[in-house]
Design a protein around this ligand. Structure first.
Ligand SMILES: Cc1ncc(COP(=O)(O)O)c(C=O)c1O
Length: 353
């Protein structure tokens, strides 16, 4: 606390990211990173970008990257916005598109950064309860609103929502922006990217942190109608003209272009998830159906906090959310390599009687 703070700072409740431990011997299954490294072509592009040209500012419009992203999704570069991780993209989305008189709607159990942006930008919001199976029911969002946002698959549940439901929501909700946060879409949900040509109020956000193994590079993007993208560019150019640095641009272009590597690693993660889910169920866990690179699981006889602590004693870190109470029994476990998943299962067998 400092008397020099602006008034707004006193009222902030910042997001708390998962731990990035300094110890290297931990099995780190707490922040939904990819267990595989980036494509060798990305590493090559990064090495090639290290040089004298770093004295220059990067391209403020990230044109090459926008072209690579547009090409991957079959869209036009004017339908693409890029930023320093999708967290930054989302921050601009909240400010540029979601701050209105009527409240923004998002699920009561969802990405915990959403209420933080609302606090930062003074956006009024209402949460909409997930149903008893932890699913999003789009009909619950058909009420006056200043915007709608949710991840697909949702986080931290991992449950995917069928594209038909998203389209039904878009048909019924035409007066405000609908944001689908597709951070985990490549692990088992249908992308809404193909709908942006048809719905001028649809914005889809993506990240290179998950399926493209580049959490350390900080690149994310949004896809939408040119009008929405122009709004985002206005905010970005009032904040930081160069959010994506030269190295990130070079690496991200190579990542978007190496479709083969992307396909291979995401299929490996999906296969490992299916195996892990089956084994966890054998141990008595109730595992929600996941379309993500993590699972959300609880054990009827063991408390979520207790299991998290016992795993930590065995050098395995997973994520536990103590609030809201409904999710306190659950553990959010990132899919690791098969060997990491085996270590997790072995530890669970020791912990469970
Ligand atoms: C639902 C969701 N959206 C967005 C992000 C942000 O990803 P990044 O800022 O790494 O692009 C995360 C990160 O975990 C997430 O879980």
């Amino acid at each position: 606390m400092s008397r020099y703070w602006s008034e707004v700072v006193h009222g902030l409740t910042p997001y708390v990211p998962g731990e990035q431990p300094k110890l290297s011997n931990l099995v780190k299954l707490n922040t939904n990173e990819n267990p595989y490294g980036p494509s060798p072509k990305v590493l090559e592009a990064l090495r090639a970008a290290v040089g004298e040209s770093l004295r220059l500012y990067p391209d403020p419009n990230s044109d090459r990257l926008k072209a690579a992203i547009a090409n991957f999704h079959g869209l036009q570069p004017q339908q693409v916005f890029v930023g320093n991780g999708s967290d930054e993209v989302l921050a601009h989305v909240f400010q540029a598109l979601l701050k209105h008189q009527a409240p923004l709607l998002f699920p009561d159990i969802s990405y915990s950064f959403y209420p933080v942006y609302c606090g930062l930008y003074g956006i009024s919001y209402e949460t909409v309860a997930l149903n008893e199976r932890f699913e999003i029911n789009v009909d619950d969002y058909l009420k006056p609103n200043g915007g709608i946002i949710f991840p697909n698959p949702n986080a931290p549940t991992g449950i995917p929502l069928p594209l038909a439901d998203i389209e039904r929501l878009l048909q019924a909700n035409t007066e405000s922006v609908v944001v689908i946060d597709e951070a985990y879409v490549d692990f088992g949900a249908e992308s809404a990217a193909g709908l942006v040509d048809r719905y001028p109020n649809l914005l889809v956000t993506h990240t290179l942190s998950k399926a493209r193994s580049l959490a350390g590079l900080r690149v994310g993007y949004a896809l939408g109608h040119q009008g929405l993208i122009e709004g985002l560019i206005r905010v970005k150019d009032s904040f930081n003209s160069y959010p994506v640095d030269s190295l990130a641009l070079a690496g991200a272009v190579a990542a978007m272009e190496d479709v083969e590597y992307f396909e291979m690693t995401r299929q490996k993660v999906i296969a490992s998830r299916e195996h892990l889910v089956a084994e966890m169920r054998k141990l008595g866990f109730d595992v929600l159906p996941s379309g993500a690179n993590f699972i959300f699981a609880r054990h009827a006889e063991h408390d979520g906090a207790e299991l998290t602590a016992k795993l930590r004693d065995r050098n395995i870190i997973v994520r536990h959310f103590s609030k809201p109470a409904r999710i306190a029994p659950y553990l959010r476990i990132t899919i690791g390599t098969d060997s990491q998943n085996q270590q997790l299962l072995m530890a669970m067998r020791e912990i469970l009687p």
